[in-house]
Ligand binder design. Structure first.
Ligand code: ATP
Ligand code: MG
Length: 207
């Protein structure tokens, strides 16, 4: 694509606004397609990858997943407040669990983009031991809550919130392979909490 653009620039003809517009459209679409293919590859890998189950402390896994926050522009670092409460030790695959948190925290950051401060909380609920990732972002209508865990289901416009709709499908698959359960609670305009369980003695399911 870059080569094509260079070549065009090198020709004697004056730059044509229409051509460069279409070139930009093509470039954007192919970038999006690249992200989509990466997502699908990850989803398929997550399904097939052999799991190595060890006792894993979730605290450090979350810390690693939050390294993703470092991509935030300088001005956003103070705006986004992430708190990590005490997290348990689970029996799981560390690499896959890190993917769960990076997707959930990535979503929490993305969908609380217009909040100051964006408050993101990661912890374990006392009542039932469920692990949660909570944000005070835009939320969504609970009527669609079950759909979100299937690939390509998105409730927000790409123009507003970019994404391919693969992240939660990956999260869902990882949790189910660990023999756990995942669900979500959300209130439009107030925020969203994702909950999941990871049985201490996990039996991998073949989903
Ligand atoms: N924390 C959240 N707050 C509000 N809506 C959410 C949140 N997490 C997910 N959603 C909704 O669920 C949809 C699916 O989420 P998912 O992570 O699968 O896709 P994505 O973030 O749009 O794209 P990708 O993760 O592939 O980059 C989102 O597009 C959004 O509409
Ligand atoms: Mg996502």
């Amino acid at each position: 694509m870059a080569a094509l653009k260079q070549r065009l620039a090198a020709t004697a003809a004056p730059p044509d606004a229409k051509i460069s517009h279409y070139l930009n459209v093509i470039e954007n679409s192919s970038h999006k397609m690249g992200l989509l293919i990466d997502g699908l590859l990850t989803l398929s890998r997550v399904g097939r990858r052999e799991m190595t189950l060890y006792p894993v402390p979730l605290g450090p896994i979350v810390e690693q997943a939050i390294a993703l926050i470092q991509d935030l522009p300088e001005k956003d670092r103070d705006r986004v407040q992430i708190t990590i409460e005490a997290l348990p030790m689970v029996n799981g695959d560390a690499t896959l669990l890190e993917q769960v948190f990076s997707n959930l925290i990535g979503n929490a950051v993305k969908f609380s983009r217009d909040r100051t401060p964006a408050v993101i909380q990661i912890g374990q609920r006392a009542a039932d031991g469920a692990i949660f990732v909570r944000d005070n972002g835009v939320g969504f209508d609970m009527a669609y809550a079950d759909k979100l865990f299937s690939p390509f289901q998105r409730l927000h416009k790409s123009a507003e919130f970019e994404g391919t709709g693969i992240g939660l499908a990956i999260v869902n698959r990882v949790i189910h392979r660990h023999g756990g359960r995942i669900w979500v609670e959300s209130i439009v305009g107030q925020g969203t909490t994702f909950y999941f369980t990871l049985p201490a003695e996990s039996t991998p399911a073949d989903t």
